[in-house]
Design a protein around this ligand. Structure first.
Ligand SMILES: *Cc1c(COP(=O)(O)O)cnc(C)c1O
Length: 354
């Protein structure tokens, strides 16, 4: 396969002259800054936010590069993973003409972003044990297919998809393959970032929202070839990552030991919760999970969901989603929260049976 990124790109994107911000034209730290119409007196808040942040987040990327073992210029940072997804549509998919392939049940944002960008989605469901139907996926590809979105470990099923099948898709599809690794920190396989050198058409997404506990900051990562990262940087809003986010995450990375301890604890709780749920006779299935949540199959899922809400325990009702009939998705909580959930489930079923 000879993969050429330029031939995938929407023609007008190739011609864009990027917006050059004040901080692009002069990036030194010393001097009297009268170039960006900022407030010279400081901010109204205790902490000063009056200066525009680094548009390319270079310090932060240097630290991320170290912990993820990639090069700085192979990293794109977005306002959540959702920003990278949207930029990919805008860069590569001609509205009303091109299409992407989705593999339901999966993360909902791919479809929303496709709809916003007026891009056709072709859906090839996973198998009943939530694995790829690789031949059927490749059969759906035509000359206007630009992106295949693969989520592994998958949301909402929780399992990882077979690596050899993902590799086959990347190898045989002459377009972009996005591997969404939002839950990579809870899984037992290496990231697909280790395969970027081999696959120029691969983009790997990760996020600070899950294992790092920084969902509110909105920081998503995309890893890919320098050429592809350059395109995302070209079309992103100039200051898409706030200074507060950059500084906070820079400090957080120095504290990676705490992240690893939290991950270990969540994995322990996942095992505890899975074991306890399996012992409940009314739970029909606890799907294997490589993420920080469990998908369970349970009779009368809607009723159970509502009863749990009444008990002030909020889980995600996935029972209307393809292949997830009567399924609830439960995020792994603390031991206290997990025990409250188990107690509530027992109570709900005792009531249903009477
Ligand atoms: C949670 C999640 C994300 C993270 O999105 P952010 O916008 O970075 O918070 C991405 N992909 C999947 C599959 C997720 O479940």
């Amino acid at each position: 396969m000879s993969f050429e990124l330029k031939s995938l790109l929407r023609p007008h994107i190739a011609k864009i002259q990027p917006y050059t911000s004040a901080r692009d034209e002069y990036s030194g730290k010393e001097g009297i800054f009268l170039d960006a119409n900022e407030n010279p007196y400081g901010s109204i808040t205790e902490q000063d936010f009056n200066r525009y942040p680094d548009p390319y987040q270079q310090q932060l990327k240097a630290e991320i590069a170290k912990i993820k073992q990639v090069k700085s210029d192979q990293i794109f940072l977005g306002n959540g993973s959702d920003e990278a997804i949207d930029l990919l549509f805008r860069a590569f998919c001609r509205p009303g003409i091109d299409n992407v392939i989705l593999l339901p049940p999966t993360y909902g944002m791919y479809e929303v972003s496709a709809a916003i960008n007026d891009v056709e989605t072709r859906k090839v469901p996973l198998t009943s044990d939530f694995q790829l139907q690789t031949d059927r996926i490749l059969d759906q590809v035509d000359s206007n297919t630009k992106i295949i979105f693969i989520c592994s470990p998958n949301n909402p099923s929780g399992n990882k998809l077979l690596r050899t099948e993902i590799q086959r898709i990347i190898r045989e599809f002459n377009g972009l393959v996005v591997v969404d690794e939002a839950y990579i920190d809870f899984n037992d396989e290496p990231s697909f970032t280790t395969e970027m050198a081999e696959f120029p058409n691969l983009l790997v997404m990760q996020t600070f929202s899950k294992a790092w506990g920084l969902a509110s900051l909105r920081l998503g990562m995309a890893f890919a070839s320098q050429e592809l990262i350059r395109i995302l940087n070209l079309i992103k809003p100039p200051y898409n990552i706030s200074g507060l986010t950059q500084d906070t995450v820079l400090k957080a990375i120095q504290n990676i030991g705490k992240v690893n301890r939290m991950i270990a604890e969540i994995l322990e709780e996942r095992a505890f919760l899975a074991k306890e749920l399996k012992e409940l006779t009314f739970v029909q299935k606890v799907y294997p999970s490589q993420a920080n949540f469990l998908l369970i199959k349970i009779p009368n899922a809607n009723e159970v969901y509502n009863a749990l809400i009444n008990a002030k325990i909020i889980v995600r009702n996935r029972s209307k989603v393809i292949l997830c009939e009567d399924c609830l998705r439960i995020t792994v909580g603390t031991r206290f929260e997990n025990e409250m959930l188990l107690t509530a489930l027992n109570k709900v079923f005792a009531e249903i049976e009477n």
